[in-house]
Structure formats: structure tokens, C-alpha cells
Write a protein that binds this ligand. Sequence first.
Ligand SMILES: CC(C)(COP(=O)(O)OP(=O)(O)OC[C@H]1O[C@@H](n2cnc3c(N)ncnc32)[C@H](O)[C@@H]1OP(=O)(O)O)[C@@H](O)C(=O)NCCC(=O)NCCS
Length: 158
Amino acid sequence: MSEYDIQRIDAAEARPLRRALLHPAQPLAAVDYAADHDPASLHLGAFKDGVLVGVASTHPQPMPGSHSGAGAWRIRDVAVEHGHRGRGVGAWLLERCIAHASNQHGSVVWCTARVGAYGFFARMGFARSGPPIEDPEEGPQYTLYADVPPLERSWKIS
Ligand SMILES: CC(C)(COP(=O)(O)OP(=O)(O)OC[C@H]1O[C@@H](n2cnc3c(N)ncnc32)[C@H](O)[C@@H]1OP(=O)(O)O)[C@@H](O)C(=O)NCCC(=O)NCCS
């Protein structure tokens, strides 16, 4: 993993990769989320030789159907370029998002993910909340969540 560098980026930097890897049929404006403009949000980029090859974002948002309230952080659009998958980049991005939520006193992280990405999140300790929900554009989606480990709360993202 030392060949990759993870840095905080602006949401605008994340959008082209979000769109290319997760929402290719959508215009760029469709991945300009209202929460991107929340000052508490975090956007991360994974760089290889100065080129952005992975992204992930997180922001505070209550988890649907739960009472997690202000302690809930949504993880959004974790995506790694095809040629860089299977090298731990996605895991590192996700861990850094969880660390940020922890540092902001988050208690649970959650996301919606395609059925095909479930194995990744399960490997990272996420559990399913109910059966998959059919999204007319994205196909079946799981709501997944994980408790934020108290130990993580000592982490600090610069
Ligand atoms: C899901 C995704 C982000 C994973 O990124 P990645 O960099 O390849 O993942 P990692 O290499 O860090 O994998 C971490 C672990 O998860 C496992 N894993 C990764 N993708 C998996 C999948 N689709 N199914 C099952 N396990 C998976 C890896 O084998 C690895 O396990 P290990 O620690 O036992 O070796 C990447 O495949 C991707 O961009 N997919 C398309 C976008 C997407 O669907 N994102 C999720 C919705 S938000």
C-alpha cells in the first residue's frame, strides 16, 4: 500500500471518478450531492504517482430506519479504478472514513451498496440492515452498517 497516497480532496475532485465508476449513465451534476457542501463532510482520494485512482466520502446523516441520529455517518461512493482493485486501496479509504467519523464522535457508519459490493463491506465488518431495496437506476441495494469502534476515536485525520 505504500505506493498509494491517501489525501483529503475537494468534493469536486471526487466527482469525475464517482461518476465514471459508479454512475456512468448520469451527468456530472447528478453526483454533486447536497451533503458535499456540509463542512463536516470528508472526501478522500487515493493517488498513485500523482494520479487519482480511488475516492470515498463520508458525512453525517441519520441511517434510515434506525435511531442512530446525530451519531450516524454515511459512507458514500467508495470507488477504485479497475486496474488498482484488490490491493487494499478500497479498505484503506473506508478505514479512513470510519476514522473520521470516529474522530467526530460518530457511533455508527452506514452506506447503501450494490449487491456485488456486499462482500467488500462484509469483509470490512459491515452487516446488512434488512433485505435489498430495488433502486430503479442502480439495481438492488443493501443498506449496510458498522459500529464505530471506540479505539478508532483516537485517530485524527489531518
Ligand atoms: C468495492 C471496491 C471499492 C473495493 O475496492 P478494492 O480496492 O478492490 O478493495 P480492497 O483491495 O481494499 O479489498 C479489501 C478486502 O475486501 C475484499 N473484496 C473487495 N471487493 C470485494 C467484493 N466485491 N466481494 C467480496 N470481497 C471483496 C478483498 O478481497 C479484500 O479482502 P482481504 O482483506 O481478505 O484480502 C471496488 O471493487 C470498486 O470500486 N467497486 C465499484 C464501485 C462500488 O461498487 N463501490 C461500492 C459502493 S459505495
